[in-house]
Design a protein around this ligand. Structure first.
Ligand code: GLC
Length: 662
């Protein structure tokens, strides 16, 4: 049998603890198989290493980014997304997909928010678990990342995230904890320090928490370049340093010679690498989609994740007329954000004009000679204003892009570029029926212009199928059903972390558990659009809330949702729990369940969601466990975190013996 530890010399085992090159594990000159690790969360980004540098990147299907996927609130969609990306991986012989990233969106400024799922750990964890299951169902591994508390790009290679234990366990760990239920082949440690110690050598993080407490028995890989000392990393049970790191072998040999580490320590880590290689080699892999089918899936997912934030006068779906289609992204949507996750797609996107004309032959869609048609690629806004006067309705495709939202740096603000704001405002002066299609990977401060436009459709960085998805929704072919997985605050000043990004050495997480809607609710702050918000072309009625007690800390929550409109649509129902009186500070409410259901016109469905002990508990540092304090708990069912439709209070009365972990 190949890839067995017993066949390796000590030197070969030492070499196994780091990459052979940028993407592959060590192969001992062919004695071992190699595993190929490739990005990323929104599709395969893989270099063609068979040709001389600079390596070209293989084209692949550009799926929506995870921040877009999260707005779908749909585990089956996440599963499908992961499964679809896996086919590109199999075609190119990538064994491990370096995804998903589940870092919590503590600040909308984080440059990589587009790569992450949510400000809420429950939603992030459920969707990540499904994504991992989807990828790995095809025999391709995943890498759950970036472990942990990597919530900003500023000085990411060294700044320490200073997080208290309760906050860590209630906010920054749960998404990893839930995603681990899918048994990812690998976990990637992050670049940053956690409470002073680099993640790559943080034994509390990697061994005590990840391995011993959460039971992870796969391979821990460093982020690329995140290992600073091979000996301390080995002691912390990091298995694989990527990519190649010249100091690794000397550090390990020297430590062996000095008796600081033993060959058994080396063997333990080397075996994890071989376990990964054997998994990769033994996995049954079969491509089951064509490139065209993968594109259609990308478009379908994008259409399910778009969020209709505003729809004044029900201007959407579009009515036939003389419709100007313009804006920065009228000819091609933003595929994704910048950095290691950016997928090279060779799909030729069609213009929004063409996509809409195909769906609404009774309308005249036209565009101005305003942007991207010119050699300079600059915007000639006056051409838009001129055209806007003659239109019944104007659609503006605007947003950020992969140069504004990118790995390695944070945004300095959350407004759109001023030229874009100006363009929206001037166009709105020329036409009272402006619809903005917003392409961005994280929350945008829309306050300068939102009151001047009739509708806002937030599509995120929706991948290569974005134009079809946008046209399907604007034309009314399908109703929008996405809801925000990240709050849109009224301004950057309203965010807790507005002006601070640490001092380069550390960032103190003084907001504690009050992150995202947990903060805005508790601070009683108005927001532009709340967590969980999203409009539909249908209307839904919630009724008949019933709570079925299974035990003192387990309940089935049932309620009925009725589509009281004349169109088929999907609704994301949300279940929150609040602990109105407790002896520790707690958020006003916390997401503890959700379901996405499709209802025909006039149709009703009964939804049942289950609550277990964790739904009521907070993490007690004195007791070192999840603790439920006896008393009243509010059960809240809503269409968003601030649109609660049904509410009941239950009383939990655990016997003293169960009150504490004795
Ligand atoms: C990058 C990213 C990580 C990525 C890896 C390989 O720096 O932090 O997410 O998977 O390196 O590109």
């Amino acid at each position: 049998m190949k890839n067995e530890l017993k066949d390796l010399t000590l030197d070969e085992k030492i070499s196994l603890l780091m990459g052979k090159n940028t993407w592959e594990t060590y192969d001992a000159d062919g004695k071992l198989d190699s595993a190929f690790l490739a990005d990323g969360p929104s599709g395969l980004r893989m270099n063609d290493v068979s040709v001389p540098k600079p390596y070209p990147t293989f084209p692949a299907t550009a799926m929506p980014t995870l921040s877009c996927l999260a707005n779908g609130w749909d585990t089956s969609l996440s599963y499908l997304d992961g499964k679809t990306i896996a086919d590109d991986c199999i075609e190119r012989h990538a064994d491990v997909l370096l995804a998903p990233g589940v870092n919590i969106k503590r600040t909308p400024l984080c440059g990589r928010n587009f790569e992450y799922l949510s400000e809420d750990p429950y939603l992030a964890g459920e969707l990540a678990k499904a994504f991992i299951e989807g990828v790995q169902s095809k025999g391709v591994g995943t890498s759950l990342k970036h472990f942990a508390a990597n919530n900003r790009e500023y000085n990411r290679h060294s700044q320490s995230s200073e997080v208290d234990e309760r906050t860590f366990r209630e906010i920054y760990l749960p998404a990893f904890e839930k995603a681990l239920e899918a048994n990812p082949w690998t976990v990637m440690c992050s670049y940053n320090r956690i409470n002073g110690i680099w993640a790559s050598e943080n034994k509390w993080l990697l061994k005590q928490i990840l391995r011993d407490e959460l039971g992870f028995d796969g391979l821990i890989v460093s982020d690329w370049g995140a290992t600073h000392n091979a000996v301390r990393a080995l002691k912390a049970t990091l298995d694989l340093t990527m990519p190649t790191r010249t100091e690794n072998e000397d550090e390990l040999r020297d430590a062996l010679a000095r008796g600081i580490i033993t060959e058994e320590d080396i063997n333990a880590r080397a075996e994890k690498v071989l376990q990964l290689v054997r998994k990769a080699r033994c996995a049954k892999k079969e491509v089951t989609t064509t490139k065209e089918e993968r594109h259609s899936i990308a478009a379908k997912i994008a259409s399910e994740c778009a969020v209709l934030l505003k729809n004044e006068d029900n201007i959407l779906p579009l009515r036939d007329g003389n419709i100007l289609v313009d804006g920065l992204f009228k000819n091609a949507a933003v595929l994704g954000g910048g950095g290691s996750s950016f997928v090279v797609s060779d799909y030729k996107q069609r213009s929004l004009c063409d996509e809409l004309s195909e769906r609404m032959p009774g309308s005249k869609f036209f565009t101005s000679k305003s942007v991207l048609d010119t050699a300079e690629g600059t915007i000639y806004p006056e051409k838009i204003y001129e055209a806007a006067y003659s239109a019944d309705t104007v659609i503006l495709a605007m947003g950020t892009d992969r140069y504004i939202e990118a790995e390695g740096r944070d945004r300095a603000e959350i407004r759109l570029p001023r030229a874009e704001e100006e363009l929206i405002l001037r166009t709105a002066e020329a036409n009272e029926n402006v619809i903005v299609v917003l392409e961005a990977g994280s929350a945008i401060d829309v306050s300068p212009w939102i009151d001047k436009v009739k509708a806002l459709l937030y599509v995120g960085f929706a991948g290569e199928g974005a134009q079809e998805a946008i046209a399907d929704i604007l034309s009314g072919k399908i109703s929008p059903s996405g809801k925000l997985a990240e709050t849109f605050p009224l301004s950057l000043d309203d965010t807790y972390t507005a002006r601070e990004h640490g001092n380069g050495a550390y960032e103190r997480y003084t907001d504690g558990i009050f992150v995202g809607y947990r903060y805005y609710d508790t601070a009683k702050l108005d927001v532009a659009f709340p967590f969980g918000h999203g409009l539909s072309y249908a209307e839904f009625e919630y009724s008949d809330l019933e709570i079925d007690k299974k035990s003192e800390t387990e309940y089935d929550v049932g309620f009925t949702v009725k589509n009281i409109s004349g169109v088929t649509a999907k609704e994301i129902c949300q279940l929150y729990v609040g602990d109105p009186f407790s002896y520790v500070s707690r958020p006003e409410k916390e997401l503890r369940g959700f379901a996405k259901i499709e209802l025909g016109a006039g149709e009703s469905k009964r939804v049942t969601l289950s609550l277990d002990k964790r739904a009521f508990a907070y993490y007690s540092t004195p007791l070192k466990c999840w603790h439920v304090e006896n008393g009243d708990f509010e059960i809240l069912v809503g269409a968003s975190s601030r649109d609660i439709r049904l509410k009941k209070t239950i009383k939990i009365d655990l016997p003293d013996t169960e009150q504490y972990t004795l």
